[in-house]
Design a protein around this ligand. Structure first.
Ligand code: FE2
Length: 141
């Protein structure tokens, strides 16, 4: 029996953590929250791009491509936030794109993926997601 969190629950849990950090950053810039969001979001996106996205791409290409495009925009917005220019506009954009992206993943992508993937594959992806995510976060601190 595995001690690793199921990939869908793991991703959803990280979404909730990010939403809390974004809420805090919406009130104004604060370095430690920003750094934490930056590191967790970068790790989260990379882990998804190396596990869930390729696993379902053949059957859900449009969905994966759109999610990938969202990630690219999110990376640009994180860079813009770091520069501090037009902070409140940029944080609002980030909050909005993450809200839509999270909804797409949790309401459309996850149900699709659960249908496409067998339990063994989900288990394997869950392990891998956990490894990538933890490795990046640990290296960054
Ligand atoms: Fe994502």
């Amino acid at each position: 029996m595995s001690m690793v969190l199921n990939i869908f629950e793991h991703i959803a849990r990280e979404h909730r953590e990010m939403e809390a950090m974004l809420q805090k950053l919406s009130d104004g810039f604060d370095r430690s929250t920003f750094d934490k969001l930056d590191i967790s979001l970068q790790a989260h996106m990379m882990a998804e791009e190396r596990t869930l996205y390729p696993a379902i791409k053949s059957g859900a290409e449009d969905m994966v491509e759109r999610a990938q495009e969202d990630h690219d925009i999110m990376r640009e917005l994180l860079e813009d936030l770091e520069s501090g220019v037009e902070y409140s506009e940029t944080i609002s954009e980030l909050v909005e794109i993450i809200r839509d992206h999270v909804r797409d993943e949790e309401e459309d992508m996850f149900p699709t993926a659960r249908e496409m993937l067998d339990p063994g594959r989900i288990e394997e992806l869950s392990q891998r997601f956990n490894e990538i995510d933890e490795r990046i976060v640990q290296r960054s601190w």
